[in-house]
Design a protein around this ligand. Sequence first.
Ligand code: EPU
Length: 441
Amino acid sequence: MDVFRIQGGIPLRGEVAAGGSKNAALPIMAASILAGAPVWLSGVPKVVDVDTLSLVLGHLGVEVKPQLDGRTKLETVDPRPTRADDELVRRMRASFCVLGPLLARRGRAVVALPGGCNIGDRPVDLHLKGLEALGAKIRVEHGYVVAEARRLVGAHVHLSGPRGPTVTGTANVLSAAVLARGRTTITGAASEPEVVDLGRFLIALGAKIAGLGTQTLVIDGCGELGGASYRIIPDRIETATLLLAAAITGGEATIAGANPRHLAQVFVHLRRAGAELAISGDRISLACRNRPKPTRLTALPYPGIPTDLQPQWMAWMTLASGSTMLRDCVFSDRFSHVAELERLGARIERAGETAIVSGVERLRGACVTASDLRAGAGLLLAGLAAEGQTVVRRVDHVDRGYERLEQKLRALGARIERLAEPEFPPSLPHLPSPSGAVRIA
Ligand code: EPU
């Protein structure tokens, strides 16, 4: 396992490019099971979650081949497998996105229940209810979802639960409905840009979908789909993470190749907190010279502030000139970064789905551990701002969803290096213990 060692306190400056969206690429790749001819995708990010899904698809007879021109080709070479590899599904929840496409195209799908994860309870009841409404027979046996249907039939499906719409649930039902007989209406659908991107990809394959970007989707099923060449949207979470990296260090950076329309609410909050923004086409520039103003934030489904930015925002607010209330209405338990930020000197009190962050003047370097992808990004950002050296462990979480994050940060002037865990800690002071043995301070 690798760690990141960061020498904090350096204002970031410069320009880097946004990569393709992980959360758009994953359901789009899964939906390539539906395609009747090869699919060429541009903008597939080189992240571990994409590698994992490529393995899942490989077991399901879909060859995933990166091409020399940077595109990724996906082609069904064996249409018979219907069981997703258990170990891989457990490793990455988003593999559950193969359920709808497998069922619709191959008539049967066996996929392990993904279970909870480090950001809390993550049920899939809405995915299953939605597919059942389309006529699938579903049973949960020994930890597996077994879904069967000779041909799905269009129906009305409602996909909002107590915490709002489900993103991958909408992906699963939408992907299944495109091959169903007749019309499906999904209400309470997720309107995240990643869901819209999946819908556009399906349209490129020949599907008929109306209402993308709203909470009501109308899908007219068709007998079969073809292939397509498609470009995945830029990653709005990576873009905002890099902007926040510039903000937390009091720096100035431009992210090129981004889609500013997907970040409108985030910009409102960045400006409220005191950041200056300039947007020109697909380029977003941010400058922030002072401590942020405390800015209350509630993570909500799109177009609200994404829960996937809550830890990074919290990292910034640890340095605010006052107290900030942060609430996560999507994942009420997504707070594993709180205790780690406290190691760096942050002052945070948590009560249920809310955290009150009392801004401090400075953070001080320490050794912290990432417990999930976005928590890891938040800790990295805090490390960039902290005085002295910070070590972030378990960066495998960060690698799941960010492509070469440390390289992009280095291109902006950050002093950050990746070390293999056994090399660490090479430079922390070693103190003689009373017995004479060496211990680590
Ligand atoms: N929910 C249910 N029942 C369901 C499905 C979801 O009650 O059947 C609840 C969840 O427990 C949660 C809320 O609904 O409280 C929203 O969950 P959602 O299903 O939308 O999350 P997801 O589809 O599993 C995707 C992203 C997450 C992102 C969330 C919210 C992918 C692969 N994952 O997860 O991304 O946080 O939407 O926007 O797209 C990440 O990238 O770090 C990440 C976790």
